[in-house]
Design a protein around this ligand. Structure first.
Ligand code: FAD
Length: 511
């Protein structure tokens, strides 16, 4: 057994962990370690934006899956998560959307801290971003992460869909990262010179890696926390098949919404019944760990056969999101309820057969603020034991009703004049699907994850919160959690930008 000691150990070299390693090691007096189970991202396909849907399931994917979901025709949903330096930012679809200011007002209320309001997080957003349109009051210009708003590269069918929104009175936005989110715009993408830029590419540059006070350990899997009294004294890890212990004065978990609660449970924190069933001694009863699991779903999809060839994407297939008020799609203000996305090919769940690409396009449709809440739990005491992941998809009336409205909005956009040059016929759900029962059945079979699970170690000031407003774990003196698991309620859009801003904000408090 070997021992290594650091001032700060960041566990998980994904999106949040990459930010923390870079920012916390800016202080040359602080010895920082970043520990990652996966290796370096050596697969060249990771860098190719259009490959993102096809790299899932490779050996750098944790490849989780949900339990069968009663709300989605008892389907099991694959949940890819990156197991590689850069984490899920090596798998993700590269859309950069901060969210609506009201999304963060809920976080500020939950924690009693303005740090987690939109204005509180704004310095973190700005600090992370290098926007192609340049710096402004609302856009970061010299941060590590390129945020690129494409121009002429946007697919013509996507332009027609944006025009269709305009025709229906949907506000046209310059991009998705201002204070208004209702409306449509091409997606801002974390792409530079045609290549994906992961959080590790952006933050763990050669200069940062060369710092003598930063140690990056890849291929090191953390099995459990080693605890003495109220302190984490070490991390029980395996490295090249050998058991080792890594110790730090301060430990930060950035293993993500799935792995962070599982690591806590393996270490004896959680629901005593769950732990007993899994063969783990309960150290501290914290039943809320792993609860509040929620995720965005997308209907895949409202598919159209095209009357002319759809050129292949020059970006990442899903080129424009449209955020809408369900009651009035022309409403510019306020937090959106539904989202549409335009994909340059046929996009369907495994329930349907896709037509060949080239003569089809798809509108994905979803609910921005689902109210269904599920949970996850360890299935055994070891890292390799399959977890129970139950996001409780479509378990509330709100979610089912709003999903119907989202499909209706997709069909409204799809039948606009601006798309007549493209639309030959609606393939899915198809003109025969009209009644509520038929629509619900279609939605249950069509929905797929939008890949945004959050909430399993939520921040807050109530007794059930897992971390407080400082992201300090309520239960151990020297443990913090900084990743997507602390998000108490999901943002309107994809969550990556918010995860980076959370990590930036946490690190700013430690300078
Ligand atoms: P991660 O980035 O997942 O990092 C966790 C890290 O911890 C990983 O590197 C993992 O290997 C490591 N780890 C886990 N367990 C252990 C252990 N026991 N020991 C050591 N290391 C461990 N968001 C967007 O905003 N826009 C998008 O377009 C988008 N598309 C997505 C598409 C896909 C397919 C996926 C998977 C996600 C997508 N997301 C998107 C979501 C976004 O990528 C995640 O929310 C974000 O990356 C989460 O960051 P994190 O730091 O919480 O976790």
């Amino acid at each position: 057994m070997t021992a290594h000691h650091f001032d700060v150990v960041v566990v998980g070299g994904g999106s949040a962990g990459s930010v923390l390693a870079a920012r916390l090691s800016e202080n040359a007096d602080r010895q920082v370690a970043l520990i990652e189970a996966g290796g370096a991202p050596t697969d060249p396909d990771i860098a190719k934006p259009a490959m993102w849907p096809f790299i899932q399931g490779r050996d750098y994917d944790w490849a989780y899956e949900t339990v069968p979901q009663p709300g989605t025709a008892n389907r099991i949903h694959p949940w890819p998560r990156g197991r590689v330096l850069g984490g899920s930012s090596c798998l993700h679809a590269m859309a950069h959307v901060r969210g609506h200011p009201d999304d963060f007002a809920v976080w500020a209320e939950a924690t009693g801290s303005d740090r987690w309001s939109y204005d509180g997080l704004l310095p973190g957003f700005l600090h992370s971003e290098r926007f192609s349109g340049g710096a402004s009051e609302s856009h970061g210009g010299d941060g590590p992460l390129p945020v690129w708003l494409p121009g002429e590269e946007v697919n013509p069918v996507v332009r027609a869909y944006i025009a269709a929104g305009h025709e229906r009175g949907v506000p046209t936005l310059p991009d998705h990262n201002g204070r208004n989110l209702n409306g449509t715009s091409p997606n801002s993408l974390t792409i530079r010179d045609g290549k994906r830029v992961s959080a590790a590419d952006a933050y763990l540059t050669d200069d940062v890696r060369a710092r003598p006070n930063l140690t990056i350990l890849t291929g090191v899997s953390v099995h459990r926390l080693v605890i003495d009294g109220n302190r984490v004294t070490g991390l029980a890890v395996t490295r090249d098949g050998r058991d080792e212990t890594i110790t730090g004065d301060e430990i930060i978990l950035s293993t993500g919404s799935v792995a962070t609660p599982l690591l806590l449970m393996r270490s004896g924190f959680g629901d005593p019944d769950v732990l007993r069933r899994a063969g783990v001694d309960c150290r501290l009863s914290r039943p809320a760990i792993g609860q509040n699991l929620h995720d965005h779903l997308l209907g895949a999809g409202n598919v159209y056969r095209s009357s002319q060839a759809v050129p292949p994407t020059k970006l990442q297939h899903s080129e424009s999101l449209m955020y809408l008020n369900a009651a009035d799609i022309t409403e510019a203000k306020g937090v959106p309820d539904i989202v549409l996305g335009c994909v340059t090919g046929p996009s369907v769940s495994e329930s349907f057969s896709a037509v060949a690409p080239g003569f089809a396009y798809t509108f994905l449709f979803g609910v921005t603020h689902p109210t269904s809440r599920g949970y996850l739990a360890i299935g055994g005491p070891d890292l390799d034991d399959k977890p129970v992941i139950d996001p409780a998809y479509l378990q509330t009336d709100h979610d089912r009703t709003t999903f119907r409205r989202a499909l209706e909005a997709a069909r409204e956009i799809g039948s606009s004049q601006a798309l007549t040059a493209w639309k030959a016929e609606e393939l899915l759900p198809g003109p025969g699907v009209r009644t509520t029962a038929e629509i619900d059945d279609f939605i249950a079979r069509a929905v797929i994850t939008h890949h945004h699970p959050v909430g399993t170690c939520r921040m807050g000031r109530d007794a059930g919160a897992i971390v407080d407003a400082d992201l300090h774990f309520n239960g151990l003196d020297n443990l913090s959690i900084v990743d997507a698991s602390v998000i108490p309620t999901i943002t309107s859009g994809p969550v990556h930008a918010a995860v980076l801003a959370i990590a930036e904000t946490f690190a700013a408090g430690r300078r």
